[in-house]
Design a protein around this ligand. Structure first.
Ligand SMILES: [Zn+2]
Length: 159
């Protein structure tokens, strides 16, 4: 089986929340709230695994994985159990949650001009930029909250 680190996903319209959490965990996850079928075809040709709540879609598209539940924690566990997810916490928060693009570390001086001083001073070794949307990211309360959530879901790195 492919190393789970290299697995890329395309998630169907029902799986917006799951997609966000896969991105939090560093997984390359294409998601749109609406798809023309060409987009799914193209994503699969790019080597993505289709995640879907729709059994008929799993008959039509390969490779694909039927997600059996609506609960995001259970959904992540399903993917983990099939061997398509790693719990490598060093990959968490390395991807833009909006664009699905890997974040870039930028020179400290460059970020200083772009964000408020107090945030810069508290976070300067850990400020990242999304090259697609231009958003800056730093460890903040939302990150702490998400890590706590992943830990409560037993999705912390067990190495
Ligand atoms: Zn972005």
């Amino acid at each position: 089986m492919t190393n789970p680190i290299e697995i890329k996903f395309v998630a169907d319209v029902m799986l917006g929340r799951l997609s966000k959490w896969l991105r939090v965990m560093g997984c390359d996850t294409h998601y749109q709230p609406f798809y023309r079928s060409e987009i799914i075809d193209m994503s699969i040709r790019e080597g993505r695994l289709l995640l879907t709540r729709n059994r008929r879609m799993t008959e039509k598209y390969h490779p694909s994985l039927l997600i059996e539940t609506d609960n995001v924690r259970t959904q992540l566990q399903e993917i983990l159990k099939k061997g398509y997810l790693t719990l490598d916490s060093s990959r968490w928060f390395t991807r833009c949650l909006v664009c699905n693009i890997p974040l870039k570390k930028i020179p400290i001086e460059e970020s200083k001009a772009q964000i408020p001083d107090y945030i810069f001073n508290q976070n300067k070794p850990d400020i990242y930029l999304c090259p697609s949307c231009g958003r800056y990211f730093w460890p903040g309360s939302h990150k702490t909250r998400m890590m706590k959530q992943l830990s409560e879901w037993n999705l912390f790195n067990t190495d």
